[in-house]
Design a protein around this ligand. Sequence first.
Ligand code: NDP
Length: 419
Amino acid sequence: MSRVVVIGCGGVASVAIHKCCQLDDVFTDLCIASRTVSKCDKLKEELKGKTKTNITTYKVDANSFDELVKLFNEYKPDIVMNLGMPYQNLVIMDACLECNCHYLDTAAYEPEDVDNPVWRAQYEKRVKEKGFTAYFDYSYQWDYHEKFEKKGLIALLGCGFDPGVTQAYVAYARKHEFDRIDEIDILDCNGGDHGYPFATNFNPEINLREVSSEGAYYENGRWYSIPALSVKDVYDFDGVGKKDIYLLHHEEIESIVKNYPEIKRIRFYMTFGESYIRHMKCLENVGMLSTTPVEYEGIMITPIQFLKKMLPDPASLGPRTVGKTNIGCIFKGVKDGKPKTYYIYNVCDHQESYKEVKSQAISYTTGVPAMCGALMILKGLWTKTGARTVEEYNPDPFIEALDKYGLPKRENYNPVLVK
Ligand code: NDP
């Protein structure tokens, strides 16, 4: 028996909800709460007769602490799965603390308004001290650690694929394959083709903010920043083939170096096609990626939010996306006094995902780990309280659940390394 509130009803939430409903003996009661309640009602209707999970729907503005507290007090969830936007992470965490429920999300907090002077001052300080310029970082959510610990609650941060599974892979590699890890390259490849000249495979605002930011990597105790998309290589991915990879900053690097200080270097690479980069650069050059509102005929419009309206909804890409994703980590380190390399990854097929849960593989590879993270907490397999990331927990039951519920691992003991 469990009571779960899912915030959001987009691409990722829809997969997580489908997967929770497949495990209806654990996820017995589920409330889908989002801004546009008609999407929640539509999904509830789709799942009718396919699950024993008792589904309710609710209209909520996740920016409102009062609305969230009203919902949580009425529904009394054991856990709140925040699968909406990362802008609302902190207010949802506050509401969870107020109403004594566990919390889970899939992306680190970032502010919607990056011109807010209070936030800006903190940001500039971090850029100076730490040396990476991404708008997202874990410090805001780590500040909640003691509050969650004191209440005996868990805030599981970043439990999608990357962040999420990639950190479980690090914990798994360290536990089973290495006495010491020296280097990690996280490789995120989407070999899917949706047939549009330009579309993002998850929320356009978050995707474009991430990709257009400066890149960063960590080496020998410090961060190195690089201009956006300025480090490029090619990698031959199992199940996909050769793809251009670009070095980006990604939030799990920050938590992995905190939790595994032995690691000398971590980099994160993502694949992009030429058309995606050409369109993104052009939109950036004309100011369409700006988060600063502009006045248009008396109305204030935020360019990136208007752009989101014009782009295909990632949740609608499912039927037309073909190909596979391949996401994983390559390790260099030492085992029994000898140098060793190891690659652990998952290959996920867009069309297979669509057949199963009506979504493309990017939503699938995020929604399944979110369900598995909630499962770990609800079944009492992960019990450490506080605001923590995935690598802080025992990776074995989580990876076993991923193997079982749709994202099986593959391993390679002699991988080609990135230069
Ligand atoms: P979508 O845009 O498809 O869905 C977002 C959902 O949140 C929508 O249902 C939207 O409602 C709802 N929402 C937005 N604002 C509010 C609000 N104020 N109150 C209530 N509901 C709100 O996004 P995705 O599903 O693609 O992405 C979801 C999250 O997953 C993002 O944070 C993204 O960064 C993260 N992600 C993580 C990955 C990982 O591997 N860790 C990979 C991919 C994504 P409405 O329908 O009204 O717009």
